[in-house]
Unconditional design. Structure first.
Length: 272
């Protein structure tokens, strides 16, 4: 049995200070995104898009996110028929190829990145945009307050199928052949009790959103700017197992940014 514990959004982590200095509006589409990157980047020291392209989970997540925006898919609804040659999938893969080869807005080294490569590129001020969960700003909150204060979370740019954002889910898994099923069930029930789940959310400084609507208005989520994402809890669309057990959020969130007086995050992870 799978019990949803929490969700974490994958927004467009953004150097808002660079956009504001150049008087450039946040990109609303992937076409606009490419033009913004080309205008603001200053290679080789500063490149537009820290897209992970190594043989890693972050590559799967980022590439699938863009494929969804273009209406593509890897598997048909029957969960058996391969759909690699669907029109939207081909268009999204071509877009990524053009970003790398033609527009040159992705660092060359991205093809060898592991799951920490995109985080480190942003944290060391080498890229303007990264598609990543909240591990980056959690690290910045502890280690680089200057960059933390000019970092914003933008909605994923839209493609022909719309702006489709990704949500990573975490679950309690109760194994069928567990010799102590009642103990396992009791542990999951304990941590999913609203008063206990609230502790997990607050200790994480709102980086992991609640799967329960009643927790959306928690003060820690308001301070972290998370409610704009969390309010869409009812709009999450589960993705089949063939698509990494992820969820999609079809409605983009509003522009989020941290303010200097926000409480810092409690984490300092590099990866994810």
């Amino acid at each position: 049995m799978r019990v949803p514990q929490s969700v974490s959004p994958w927004p467009l982590v953004t150097r808002l200070d660079l956009l504001e200095a150049a008087k450039v509006d946040p990109p609303k589409t992937w076409d606009e995104f490419i033009e913004v990157c080309k205008k603001l980047q200053k290679p080789p020291r500063l490149t537009g898009f820290g897209l992970c392209l190594g043989l890693q989970n972050d590559t799967d997540n980022n590439v699938m996110n863009m494929i969804w925006c273009y209406g593509g898919k890897l598997v048909e609804a029957d969960n058996k028929t391969v759909a690699l040659h669907s029109k939207g999938t081909i268009a999204a893969v071509q877009l990524i190829a053009d970003m790398f080869n033609k527009h040159k807005i992705i660092p060359k080294g991205a093809i060898a990145w592991d799951n920490t490569g995109n985080n480190k590129a942003y944290q060391s001020r080498q890229v303007i945009f990264v598609l990543n969960p909240t591990s980056i700003y959690a690290y910045l909150a502890e280690s680089d307050k200057e960059l933390y204060n000019v970092t914003g979370l933008l909605p994923v740019p839209a493609g022909p199928a719309g702006a489709i954002a990704e949500l990573t889910t975490a679950e309690w898994l109760l194994f069928k052949h567990n010799p102590y099923p009642e103990v396992a069930k009791g542990l999951a029930e304990y941590w999913m009790a609203p008063e206990n789940l609230r502790v997990m959310i607050e200790e994480g400084d709102g980086r992991w959103g609640p799967p329960l609507q009643g927790h959306v208005r928690l003060r820690v989520l308001e301070a972290a700017g998370v409610p704009a994402l969390a309010r869409h809890a009812g709009a999450w669309t589960p993705v089949p197992a063939s698509r990494h057990h992820e969820c999609r959020l079809r409605r983009g969130a509003r522009h989020l940014r941290h303010r200097p007086h926000d409480a810092p995050g409690a984490g300092g992870e590099l990866g994810g």
